[in-house]
Design a protein around this ligand. Structure first.
Ligand code: FRU
Length: 497
């Protein structure tokens, strides 16, 4: 793959060539290596002919492309290996790993085989730690005769395996249990929850820590497509309890996972202990087959890896916080004047030359303090503008601090000219209900991610400038007396160079 194109992300994963969608089979090996599989069409720049592509990383930012891991069966015309997950079968419950070499992880992939007739759940095992797989001769492991039944995510719960899988057009998530990954028993359905859209896809289940407590709670992730508020595909989640067979949501509210248009099919890694680490696909089905990166021979990017946890410190109770995972790993030097660590930006503009970052990618963090009882005007705002020196294009984002828009974060990609499509929503915003103490973000050529309060609210947006954006302006205006915005801005190391 050629990773030098002007739209190629430098600290995010994108496929060497061809088309990528959902992350699949995520696991962390016992030696610490991260394994990413992904929905992959190696032969075209649009979805179809689905394989599982594969890449590995020591830090989730620096990736090494690996050979394709799962191929559609050659004898079934029009078949595809659809989304799924992977587990480490450390106790050899499956019996596949009797002769495993010392130090090699017992990996089982659980995926949907899509054929023109139906979608079944199948498994394959790897005796070389996840590089090559053998199909289980007893496949399929679940076949209900449906052509809308897909995306198994398997976790370990105490002494048994648990699968969540979507009955897509029935708006239900099936929960199955198994002692050995081969025999699956239906346990319950979680259905008709949240935004229905037209189809349920890519469910997920994880137990997450609650910030500042010893508490843990369960989260059911669910993707819907199409039918998102911004059109196309979107993720949502439910917080509740899981007893090994049944998931019970705390309330009937739909919580959207990200207010941008490009965060989908988030999956958490198997094998990360008490931490929950996830990757999402940074695109949207409504235009993913049309975006201009095709000129560079590839389509789609994974979002920045996230550490997921819960907070209860918002006005709507529990919220999923998705913070960039160990972004400091790829942080380069400060881009502030004189290499200063931070700069106070109060009712002024700071201009940052992104060409001082070798990758052109940047990470910023703004810490916002407003004195209690200050009267904050309706126009008090933080504004970010990314400009191109070669064109009139801008990418803009911002945050309002007072008046009727207090707590509202917005993104506007409508002044970029590299992609013209009626469904490429140009502006979106969210009024958040947390403390509003920080705003951080990552800009990486064709991807822009913004995080409010460390990720309690976030937006992931693909952006397609026709010329590279090479300046960042941070402006604050009409801040009240005594308010401060402390800015830190770092270049990011190019992990593909
Ligand atoms: C979600 C999805 C899944 C399916 C896969 C096919 O983006 O539609 O439901 O398994 O993509 O590539």
């Amino acid at each position: 793959g050629d990773y030098t194109g002007p739209l190629r992300p430098q600290v995010h994963f994108s496929p060497p060539v061809g088309f990528m969608n959902d992350p699949n089979g995520l696991f962390r090996a016992s030696n610490g290596t991260w394994h990413l599989y992904y929905q992959y069409n190696p032969t075209a720049l649009v979805a179809g002919n689905q394989h599982w592509g594969h890449a590995t990383s020591e830090d989730l930012y620096t990736w090494e492309n690996q050979p394709i891991a799962l191929y559609p069966p050659a004898n079934v015309t029009g078949s595809g290996v659809f989304s799924g997950s992977a587990v480490l079968d450390t106790d050899n419950t499956s019996g596949f790993f009797g002769n495993l070499s010392e130090g090699v992880d017992p990996v089982v992939a659980v995926y949907t085989l899509n054929t023109p007739e139906k979608q079944t759940q199948n498994i394959a095992y790897s005796t070389d730690g996840g590089y090559t797989f053998t199909e289980y001769e007893g496949n399929p492991v679940i076949d209900i005769g449906s052509n809308q039944f897909r995306d198994p995510k398997v976790i370990k719960y105490e002494d048994h395996w648990v699968m969540v899988v979507a009955y897509s057009v029935d708006f239900a998530i099936g929960i199955y249990t198994s002692p050995d990954l081969k025999q699956w028993e239906f346990a319950s359905n979680f259905s008709d929850a949240g935004l229905l859209g037209l189809q349920y896809e890519c469910p997920g289940l994880a137990q997450l820590p609650v910030e500042d407590s010893d508490e843990k709670a369960w989260v059911m992730y669910l993707s819907i497509n199409p039918g998102a508020p911004l059109g196309g595909s979107v993720g949502q989640y439910f917080i509740g309890d899981f007893n090994g067979t049944h998931f019970q949501a705390n309330d009937a509210a739909a919580r959207i996972d990200g207010f941008g248009a490009d965060y989908y099919a988030q999956q958490s890694f198997f094998g990360t202990g008490d931490e929950s680490i996830a990757l999402g696909w940074a695109s949207n089905w409504k235009y993913t087959n049309l975006v201009p990166t095709a000129e560079e021979g590839w389509r789609s990017t994974m979002a920045t890896p996230r550490r997921n946890y819960l907070t209860n410190a918002t006005r709507i109770g529990y919220v999923l916080v998705s913070e960039p995972y160990q972004i400091e790993t790829v942080r380069d030097s400060s881009l502030l004047e004189g290499g200063a660590e931070t700069a106070s930006v109060v009712n002024t503009t700071v201009e940052i030359d992104l060409s001082n970052s070798t990758s052109g990618a940047v990470y910023f963090n703004l810490n916002i303090t407003v004195p209690e009882n200050a009267s904050v005007s309706e126009s008090a705002a933080i504004t970010l503008v990314m400009r191109s020196s070669a064109s009139n294009e801008t990418l803009e984002a911002g945050h309002y601090l007072g008046g009727s828009n207090a707590g509202t974060t917005w993104v506007n990609r409508g002044n970029l000219t590299g992609f013209d499509h009626p469904l490429f929503n140009e502006k979106f915003s969210l009024t958040q209900v947390g403390p509003g103490q920080s705003l951080s973000g990552i800009f990486d050529r064709s991807l822009f991610e913004i995080f409010v309060d460390g990720g309690a609210f976030h937006a992931t947006s693909t952006v397609f400038p026709s010329e590279p954006l090479d300046t960042l302006e941070v402006t604050t205006s009409d801040l009240p007396e005594g308010a401060d915005v402390q800015a830190a801005v770092w270049g990011l190391k190019s992990t593909w160079a």
